[in-house]
Write a protein that binds this ligand. Structure first.
Ligand SMILES: Cc1cc2nc3c(=O)[nH]c(=O)nc-3n(C[C@H](O)[C@H](O)[C@H](O)COP(=O)(O)OP(=O)(O)OC[C@H]3O[C@@H](n4cnc5c(N)ncnc54)[C@H](O)[C@@H]3O)c2cc1C
Ligand code: SF4
Length: 477
């Protein structure tokens, strides 16, 4: 049996970052990753279901209205994300939920997080996009903001010499996106960490002085690795899944594990622009379309950024018009609408904002992860408020807001958070501010599951900075 100082589960932001810092601190580190070690040649310009299924794990909510997915492979979501890396606004860390509970620990503010954001920016070589890097859809969105007297900022990415081919979410076939597989992971390996791929962790068992990690190897044989410490970083869906499957051996597991699932306040929609702003060419350019507006942050605590994406993605977005066509998100008229409008008059957009996380992750009788994101009155009111801002922008620009799923909030999402959150209140938060599971010392959570609430912007940079912060506590423990 492998016996290490630390066993890490998952090699995305929450796993690769502690792997580097702990190896640098002289600890013996084993990281178990269920996905493959993918090389640049494995990333191809292919939006097919088969190609996407290799790169992502997808779950559907219990009542089928939301799909959540995360990236798999050595490097986790960094391989196939759209690579916007933004620091969360200060108010995110001060956010209080419906009960007046400050979801981030009082000791963590934006000023405290800034040095950790800076470390990630340095390791991943994150830079602001130049104006020539901003795809056409981003430029049009900037114009729409300017017409309202509002600003939009160019976003930050670990992307250099971008070819604007538009396949970031297939993994960058040209090696221009600096994912974890070209920075943190090789640096951790050089410092002595071992990454073992195609190894799927099932559960944990305490053994008195440490933890046994039960996993299936590439040949589906069950094996055990032992760590004095275990770091869970298998995503906000899988980390609680592993803990819930461990309940027979962790009987007093904290009751909040799997609760507080937050979809980062994501609300997706499309814009249909007038001829004066066309053509949109949303198939061109990086998938996160280069800019973001904070103009609605002070009043509504939401940010909005445009995107670019393939026709298949748009056709699957379940959009409908509140004014005219298409009135239903499927059927031949809808297909014709997408065919006629997609290339020239449509582009997608995502609003992200602060709303309480009221979803739940559970496991079924076979130990398979399930999730539920109920349409509570609070979530409905939030979606209606975001749609109101969208309409305001559309009306000011002679454009039209095309909503996805409307009030039923049917959409695909990629930003799950908070299912094993850090916090000051031992009743509400399963983990201490340093990421240690309160009910089971020696087990740490450092991925999106530990981030206690919405991040106000795309979450990867805050997940990464939080993992850097937790790694300091781990190295000292
Ligand atoms: C299409 C898409 C685009 C995105 N674009 C952006 C963006 O532009 N900016 C941004 O900030 N965020 C973006 N995100 C979100 C971002 O990718 C995630 O928030 C981030 O990767 C989460 O980090 P994590 O460490 O929590 O988990 P992940 O990065 O998801 O890593 C978890 C790892 O654990 C592994 N794992 C899971 N279960 C097990 C198990 N049982 N045993 C072993 N290994 C396991 C997985 O294979 C995976 O490699 C995007 C996501 C998607 C899907
Ligand atoms: S748009 Fe740029 S970062 Fe994205 S896949 Fe193409 S070259 Fe890579």
């Amino acid at each position: 049996m492998d016996d290490r100082n630390v066993v890490i589960v998952g090699s995305g932001f929450g796993g690769a970052i502690p792997a580097l810092r702990l190896a640098q601190a002289g600890r013996s580190v084993l990281c178990l990753e269920q996905g493959e070690r993918l090389a640049q040649k494995d990333f191809v310009q292919d939006w097919s279901f088969k190609a996407q299924s290799r790169l992502f794990v997808t779950y559907t909510s219990k009542d089928y209205h939301v799909i959540l997915r995360y990236g798999r492979g050595l490097g986790g979501g960094s391989l196939t994300y759209a690579a916007a890396m933004l620091r969360s606004p200060s108010e995110v860390f001060e956010w209080k939920d419906r009960d007046g509970y400050r979801v981030w620990p009082a000791s963590i503010t934006r000023a405290v997080m800034d040095p950790f954001y800076a470390k990630v920016e340095q390791e991943m070589d994150i830079v602001r996009a130049s104006w020539s890097d901003v795809p056409r859809a981003g430029g049009i969105f900037g114009k729409m903001m300017a017409a309202m007297g509002k600003t939009a900022d160019r976003s930050m990415y670990p992307i250099h010499d971008c070819l604007q081919c538009g396949f970031c979410m297939c993994g960058c076939p040209f090696g221009r996106k600096r994912h974890l597989g070209v920075n943190y992971i090789p640096r951790a390996e050089a410092a002595g960490a071992e990454f073992r791929v195609k190894c799927r962790v099932h559960h944990l068992e305490p053994d008195g002085t440490g933890w046994k990690v039960a996993y299936f190897d590439p040949w589906n044989v069950q094996r055990t690795a032992r760590g004095e410490r275990v770091v869970l970083a298998a995503s906000a869906l899988e980390t609680p899944g592993i803990l819930l499957r461990s309940k027979p051996w962790m009987k007093d597991l904290h009751p909040q594990v799997g609760k507080n699932l937050n979809q980062n306040g994501d609300v997706a929609f499309l814009w249909r622009v007038p001829d004066s702003l066309a053509p949109t060419y949303p198939f061109m350019g990086r998938n996160n379309a280069g800019i973001i507006t904070y103009a609605f942050w002070d009043e509504h605590r939401i940010t909005i950024h445009p995107g670019a994406g393939p026709p298949a993605l748009v056709a699957a977005m379940d959009v409908f018009s509140e004014k005219g066509e298409p009135s239903a998100p499927m059927g031949v008229p809808f297909k014709h609408y997408v065919r006629d409008q997609y290339a020239t008059h449509l582009f997608p957009s995502l609003a992200i904002g602060l709303v309480d996380g009221e979803g739940t992750v559970t496991v079924d009788g076979d130990g398979v992860v399930q999730f539920d994101l109920p349409l509570t009155d609070r979530l409905r009111a939030y979606i209606a408020r975001v749609a109101g801002v969208g309409r305001q922008i559309a009306d000011a620009n002679g454009a039209e807001l095309l909503r996805t799923g409307g009030d039923n909030y049917e959409h695909g999402d990629a930003h799950p958070l908070a299912t094993c959150r850090i916090g000051d209140d031992g009743e509400r938060a399963p983990c201490t501010p340093e990421g240690e599971l309160r009910s089971h010392p020696g087990v740490f959570v450092s991925d999106g599951a530990s981030v206690p609430g919405g991040t106000g912007v795309n979450p990867a940079h805050t997940i990464a900075a939080n993992a850097e912060r937790i790694a300091v506590a781990l190295a000292a423990s």
